[in-house]
Write a protein that binds this ligand. Structure first.
Ligand code: NAD
Length: 286
């Protein structure tokens, strides 16, 4: 197969086991699915979940090697996997990426705008550059992906589906994540507005809002207002809390697949996300 053991062996074995699904579950046969942030965590699990259901997958990530690895695994599970290196916050790079996808593989049927970064710390410690970076990746990255691929889907005229990864932070006010939560609330509203606009085109839009999921996000997160030592400690503390929850990215991927299949608008994933979502609708702003 060309795939060796190593840190991914467990995830790989799980994915391959799951891949022994009955042919009736291969509901994405013939589909092209694009996933950003596909090199790790929720993005990788999502790419593989679609691959094992028969989809050809485009795995895009800032980290070229990680995207390559996901594409390789997707190719083992499904008909084909393709890797792209792209920074979702870079509009020009995203335009080139969208063009290349259509040119090389066609208009995607499903796009999952999932790439994101964490940013933690008090509001008063967040500098302008911190705000800019988190909004550039988490909001503008989703916006570029949604706009570019939605245009292609509309031109093609055969519908499609866009999934944007928001977060439970979008409806759970927090002292710890002001910039991150703001970016994710914007992604939620962007997705709901886009959903209303694209309905008539047969294009579904879903916002998927996970709670705490055990991924590497703390590795790429920034902890503002702390010195290096404190930051390293915070990173470890949060990573341990994430590991304790033990809610894995595979389970979020299943919800992303279901969001597309059932055309769901907002999908809170994990118990605390569901609670937060209900609370925000019943008693907003509390
Ligand atoms: P992760 O760090 O494991 O994966 C994120 C991936 O995005 C990485 O491969 C990273 O290289 C890539 N990425 C980062 N910046 C990028 C950029 N500018 N361009 C392209 N790729 C970029 O984290 P994850 O937990 O799988 O996160 C996926 C999404 O889920 C993010 O949007 C995150 O905010 C969201 N989310 C995560 C959690 C959680 O608890 N893990 C909870 C709610 C929402």
């Amino acid at each position: 197969t060309g795939v060796q053991g190593g840190p991914l062996a467990a995830a790989e074995a799980r994915a391959l086991r799951r891949a022994r699904v009955t042919p009736s579950r291969r509901s994405f046969d013939g589909s092209l699915v694009v996933v950003t942030g596909a090199g790790s965590g929720i993005g990788r699990a999502t790419a593989l979940a679609f691959a094992e259901r028969g989809a050809e997958v485009v795995a895009a990530d800032l980290d070229a090697d990680a995207a390559e690895r996901t594409a390789e695994l997707a190719g083992l599970l499904g008909p084909a996997g393709h890797a792209f290196q792209v920074d979702v916050s870079d509009r020009g790079a995203m335009e080139d990426f969208a063009k290349a996808v259509v040119h090389e593989h066609g208009v995607p049927d499903v796009v999952v705008n999932n790439a994101g970064i964490g940013m933690a710390g008090p509001f008063l410690e967040h500098g302008t550059d911190d705000w800019r970076r988190v909004l550039d990746v988490n909001l503008w990255g989703v916006l570029h992906g949604s706009r570019l691929f939605a245009k292609q889907m509309v031109e093609r005229g055969q519908g499609g589906h866009i999934v944007n990864t928001s977060s439970a932070a979008a409806f759970t006010p927090s002292r710890a994540l002001p910039a991150y939560a703001t970016s994710k609330a914007a992604v939620l509203m962007l997705s709901e507005c886009l959903r209303a606009e694209l309905k008539g085109e047969g294009i579904g839009v879903s916002a998927v809002c996970p709670g705490i999921v055990n991924t590497n996000i703390t590795r790429t997160s920034r902890f503002v207002g702390q010195n290096e030592e404190d930051e390293a400690r915070s990173r470890q503390r949060v990573a341990r809390a994430y590991a304790r929850r033990n809610y894995g990215p595979d389970r979020v991927a299943e919800q992303i697949v279901a969001a597309v299949r059932d055309d769901r608008a907002v999908v809170p994933v994990t118990p605390e996300a569901r609670l937060g979502y209900l609370g925000s609708r019943v008693a907003p702003g509390v």
